[in-house]
Design a protein around this ligand. Structure first.
Ligand code: PEP
Length: 252
């Protein structure tokens, strides 16, 4: 399976800076076997799209979407609207949205289904908090989050779901999860896929790792069996630095 790295800009870069980022990143040399995507704020999708032109790399992603296609939902953006920008993937259930905006597993599940229906791959983010980890509840938390998220999802089709395992304590902390520990969680997630969809799907769904990944440690994750790439926050903000990270992921 090809490895994938997604840049999560979070709430950085309005249209002007987003356009500049994309133009600068397009000058970076990238490994040909690597898939790369950028999750940009909604207000910057048009600028990012314009700067990408016909280029399909990096693929355009969004950071969130609502579960209805249209209606009286002030402030929300629907998957069908994201489609108009050529968005191919969309994060859902990022821990910052769970923490600051009260997103529940039920909301995450509805968003994932709506995205898939609109032909956009949901990138479902799951992860335990520091408190969960300290009380030994990591696997329990992950099982609940994953099972809920996939309850009404299909594993196949052109909008195949993806996952990002992002331990909350590792995000932006400079304290990444050890690759072996991440791999164990990914293995537990794959068991849930197999149970729900059949053994064929055990290794067919991409699971990325996220949390304090940078150019120095990316290769360790990408080279670990069962880790299909990374979701990168802070280290994606500088286009040249992110180019370096992509090259470090799959050294020539
Ligand atoms: C993230 O926000 O998804 C993330 C992984 O952030 P960081 O790389 O900064 O830890």
């Amino acid at each position: 399976m090809r490895k994938l790295i997604i840049a999560n800009w979070k709430m950085h870069y309005g249209p002007v800076k987003a356009g500049g980022w994309v133009r600068a990143f397009r000058r970076e040399r990238l490994p040909k076997d690597l898939d790369v995507s950028i999750a940009v704020p909604d207000v910057s999708l048009a600028a990012a799209r314009a700067s990408l032109g016909r280029a399909t790399i990096p693929a355009l992603a969004a950071q969130d979407a609502f579960w209805e296609a249209e209606g009286a939902f002030t402030g929300e953006t629907s998957p069908t609207m994201l489609n108009e920008f050529g968005v191919v993937m969309c994060l859902v259930g990022h821990s910052e949205r769970r923490k600051y905006l009260g997103e529940t597993d039920e909301m995450v599940a509805k968003k994932a289904v709506a995205l898939q229906r609109a032909g956009i791959s949901p990138v479902i983010c799951v992860g335990e908090t520091d408190a969960d980890k300290k009380r030994g509840a990591t696997m329990k938390v992950i099982r609940v989050q994953v099972s809920s998220a996939i309850s009404n999802l299909k594993p196949d089709g052109h909008a195949q779901p993806l996952f990002a395992y992002e331990p909350v304590w590792a995000i932006g902390s400079g304290k990444p999860c050890r690759p072996d520990d991440a791999r164990d969680v990914h293995t537990a997630m794959r068991e849930i896929f197999a149970k729900k969809w059949g053994p064929k799907w055990t290794h067919e769904i991409r699971i990325l790792y996220g949390g304090s990944v940078d150019a120095r440690n990316i290769a360790e994750y990408v080279s670990t069996t069962g880790i299909d790439g990374a979701l990168v926050g802070g280290a994606s903000l500088d286009p040249r630095g992110f180019g370096l990270l992509c090259r470090a992921a799959l050294p020539a």
